[in-house]
Ligand binder design. Structure first.
Ligand code: TIU
Length: 229
């Protein structure tokens, strides 16, 4: 066990029972021409998360932590796309339509893929999720339980949407979550700040927050051997 200097108070991390989960670091959200841009967002506002995420990912891999990636997206036949989600935003180019990176937020399109900087290594589970939360309509809970995972280090985009929804889902399922504050991001900087504060407020109502610099030392617990689990 190793203490993470977190808010609202220190978290005792057990790297043997912890996983890093990287939420939706997809081209559709971080690069021009994807879903994030179709929603009217300035996607460049998310790019500062990439370098700290890379560092956290590298350290987690070196420590032998379970690393899980998620991707938001839908079946090519859109059978798992609620009409309400398709209608959201009344967009001229809607979800499922052709875009410069393939069909927007559809599995197998280029935009749906994870950005090259954070590309999964062979053996790292990828959770394809149709919703904002990574537990909804996925096998994430089974995967975590089967590996004995009880604590999640969470990063990715966006803070107030898919990161928040996943942390809330995880908290309700009994997982302890710490969000790596500099490794999550939003198209709305103020939502990022408030979103983090919402997690840690009220004694950590949904979880903990900490800078990645305070999480990384806890991964390299003395005596821990490397290698993927
Ligand atoms: N729009 C927005 O901020 N986010 C999403 O639609 N999905 C995720 O957060 N991944």
């Amino acid at each position: 066990m190793a203490l993470i200097n977190a808010e609202p108070y220190s978290l005792d991390l057990d790297p043997l029972r912890a996983a890093l989960i990287i939420i939706d670091m997809q081209r559709d959200f971080l690069e021009p021409g994807g879903f994030g841009a179709a929603l009217g967002n300035d996607v460049s506002l998310l790019r500062w998360t990439i370098a700290p995420c890379r560092q956290l990912l590298a350290q987690a891999r070196m420590a032998g932590l379970t690393v899980i990636h998620t991707r938001e997206g839908h079946r090519p036949d859109l059978a798992d796309l609620p009409p309400t989600k398709k209608a959201c935003g009344r967009l001229p180019v809607a979800l499922g339509d052709a875009g410069p990176m393939g069909r927007i937020l559809v599995r197998s399109g280029d935009g749906h893929d994870i950005i090259p900087e954070l590309y999964p290594m062979p053996g790292e589970p990828i959770i394809d999720k149709p919703g904002k939360g990574a537990f909804h309509a996925t096998d994430l809970d089974a995967l975590l339980k089967n590996r004995g995972i009880a604590q999640l280090i969470v990063c990715g985009v966006t803070t107030e949407v898919c990161v928040h929804t996943t942390v809330r889902e995880a908290n309700d399922r009994g997982y302890e979550c710490v969000v790596a504050a500099d490794c999550a991001g939003s198209y709305f900087p103020e939502f990022h700040e408030i979103g983090l504060r919402m997690i840690a407020a009220q004694g950590g109502i949904f979880g903990w927050i900490a800078p990645s610099a305070d999480i990384i030392p806890a991964l390299a617990e003395p005596g821990r051997s490397g290698g993927c689990r």
